[in-house]
Write a protein that binds this ligand. Structure first.
Ligand SMILES: [Fe+2]
Length: 465
C-alpha cells in the first residue's frame, strides 16, 4: 500500500509536470502582437502566432479569453500575374488573430505581454515609410539585408521607439523581398523571400518589433502591397478592415474591389485628423474619365471629402505623392515626381488646389527620401517620408531645380530634401491661433536633422544642427 501510494503520488507529480509542460507548449508566445488604429475610433489588437490556437487576451482586470481567428494558416497557389512568376506557392504558416479594443479599456495583455494601448489625445507621431529590404530580380536590385548599415530598419525602429510615440504612421511599401538572393551574394545570403509569412516576418515584423510594441499603428498601403504583389499579406496582417475572400487579393477576379480600400480617418485631436487614402494600384500615367480606376478614385475622393468634414484640419496621407520632386531627377529631365494617375483624378475635381480646402498637409512616401515642400501658390505643403529602410536610390537636388514645374499652376516656395536614411516625428503644439505641429526629421540613430513648422497649410523648415 505504502509503495502504491508513492506510485500514485509520483504519477500525480508527473501529471502536474506534464500539464505544466503542455501548458507551456500551448502558451507559446506569439511572434508579434500589435495594435492598429482603424477608422471610427476603433482600435484592433492583432497577434501573429505559429501556435495551433489563438492566444488569450485580457483587458484591464477582466478574465482572459481567446482572441478571434482572423485568418488561418494556408498554402496558396501563386497568382498568374507577372510579378509572381518566380515565387511558387505562397505559404502563410501562421495564424492571424484579432480582438477589438473595448471603448473604455485602459490596458490589455496578450499571453502575459502588455499591448500598446490607444491614446485619446495624440501628442507625438512617429512617421516611417518604404522600409523593406529590396530583393527584385527584374531590376537586378539586391540590397544587403544582412547589413544593418545598408538596410537600417531595425535601427530606425529602435531609435523611433525610444522617442515614446503615441501613434506610429507607416506611409507604405512594407514588403520588398520578391526574389531569391542570388547565389554568392553575401549581402542577402539566406534571406527569406516571396509573398508568404516568413518574408513578411524578416522584412517587417522582426526588425520593427520595438516600434510595434511602442504605440498603435496606422498603415497606408503602398504599391508593394497591391494585389499582384504582396497584397495577400497586406490583408492578412496589416489592413484595418475585415479579411474576407473578396478582400484578400487571393483571386485576381476581385482586384477591382481589393486594390481600392476605402478612405478612413484617424482623429489626432479635436481639430486634426489623418485622412488615409489607398493609392496602391494607381497608374504612372494619367487616367481618362472612362477608366474604371478613374471612376473608383473619383468616388473615393468624394467619400474622403465627406470624411474631412469631421475635423477642420486634415492631413492627407497616401503612399504616392501628388506634389514632389522625383528621385530620378537630373538637369535634363522634368523634376516632377507626383503620381500622374492620382493627379489626373484630383485635378479634374479640384483644378486649382488639387485638394479640398480641408487638407492642410500631405504626407506620402514612395520616393526613398525626405522632402518638405512649401508652396507660394495655394497648395497644401507636401512631406515625403520614404527613407526608412529600402535602398535610397534617390538623387534629389539640394535646391529646387529652377525652371521646372511640379504641376501646372504650382509654384514652389521653400524646398528641403535629403537622400539619407531616417524617420520623422510630428509633435502637437497648441498655440494662440490654433493647433500647429512640429515635424522633426531624424537620422537612423535618432539625431534631429531638420525641423519644420507644419499643419496650417504652410510649412517652414530649418536645419536642426
Ligand atoms: Fe512605392
Amino acid at each position: 500500500m505504502h509503495s502504491k501510494g508513492h506510485v500514485n503520488f509520483g504519477r500525480k507529480v508527473a501529471c502536474v509536470v506534464l500539464f505544466c509542460l503542455s501548458s507551456l507548449v500551448l502558451a507559446a508566445a506569439p511572434d508579434s502582437v500589435y495594435t492598429l488604429q482603424a477608422g471610427a475610433h476603433q482600435a484592433l489588437v492583432r497577434a501573429i502566432t505559429q501556435d495551433s490556437v489563438c492566444p488569450q487576451i485580457a483587458f484591464d482586470h477582466h478574465a482572459a479569453h481567446p482572441m478571434r481567428l482572423r485568418v488561418a494558416p494556408q498554402v496558396l497557389p501563386a497568382r498568374p500575374d507577372q510579378a509572381r512568376t518566380d515565387a511558387g506557392p505562397i505559404t502563410f504558416d501562421a495564424r492571424v488573430c484579432e480582438s477589438r479594443w473595448p471603448r473604455h479599456a485602459k490596458q490589455a495583455r496578450v499571453a502575459g505581454q502588455t499591448v500598446a494601448a490607444p491614446h485619446r489625445r495624440i501628442e507625438r507621431i512617429v512617421v516611417i515609410g518604404d522600409t523593406g529590404c529590396r530583393m527584385k530580380a527584374t531590376e537586378n536590385a539586391f540590397q544587403d539585408c544582412n547589413d544593418p548599415q545598408r538596410w537600417p530598419l531595425a535601427r530606425v525602429a529602435a531609435s523611433a521607439a525610444a522617442l515614446q510615440p503615441d501613434l506610429v504612421l507607416h506611409v507604405g511599401d512594407i514588403h520588398y523581398r520578391e526574389s531569391p538572393c542570388p547565389a554568392g551574394n553575401a549581402g542577402c545570403a539566406g534571406a527569406a523571400w516571396g509573398y508568404g509569412y516568413q518574408a513578411w516576418k524578416e522584412d517587417f515584423f522582426t526588425p520593427a518589433k520595438p516600434l510595434l510594441e511602442a504605440a498603435p499603428w496606422v498603415f497606408v498601403r503602398g504599391n508593394h502591397e497591391s494585389c499582384w504583389r504582396a497584397g495577400q499579406g497586406w490583408f492578412r496582417f496589416i489592413a484595418a478592415e475585415p479579411w474576407t475572400p473578396k478582400r484578400s487579393c487571393d483571386a485576381p477576379a476581385n482586384d477591382l474591389v481589393a486594390d481600392y480600400s476605402e478612405p478612413y480617418t484617424v482623429a489626432l485631436s479635436r481639430h486634426t485628423q489623418l485622412l488615409v487614402f489607398d493609392s496602391s494600384i494607381t497608374a504612372g500615367k494619367p487616367y481618362s474619365p472612362e477608366d474604371a480606376a478613374y471612376q473608383i478614385y473619383a468616388r473615393q475622393l468624394a467619400l474622403a471629402q465627406r470624411l474631412m468634414r469631421l475635423a477642420p484640419i486634415n492631413f492627407f496621407v497616401s503612399h504616392h505623392p501628388l506634389l514632389a520632386v522625383t528621385s530620378h531627377w537630373s538637369a535634363d529631365k522634368d523634376a516632377a515626381g507626383g503620381n500622374p494617375g492620382l493627379l489626373s483624378v484630383f485635378a479634374s475635381h479640384f483644378p486649382q488646389r488639387l485638394f479640398p480646402d480641408g487638407v492642410k498637409l500631405t504626407l506620402s512616401g514612395h520616393i526613398h527620401a525626405f522632402e518638405a515642400i512649401n508652396f507660394v501658390s495655394d497648395h497644401p505643403s507636401s512631406l515625403v517620408l520614404g527613407n526608412s529602410g529600402s535602398g535610397t536610390d534617390a538623387k534629389l537636388p539640394r535646391a529646387y531645380p529652377e525652371g521646372t514645374t511640379l504641376y501646372p499652376g504650382v509654384q514652389v516656395g521653400e524646398y528641403f530634401a535629403s537622400s539619407d536614411f531616417g524617420f520623422a516625428t510630428l509633435d502637437r503644439q497648441s498655440k494662440a491661433g490654433g493647433e500647429h505641429w512640429l515635424l522633426t526629421e531624424y537620422s537612423v540613430e535618432g539625431k534631429p536633422t531638420f525641423a519644420c513648422q507644419v499643419g496650417q497649410g504652410q510649412s517652414h523648415c530649418y536645419k536642426a544642427d
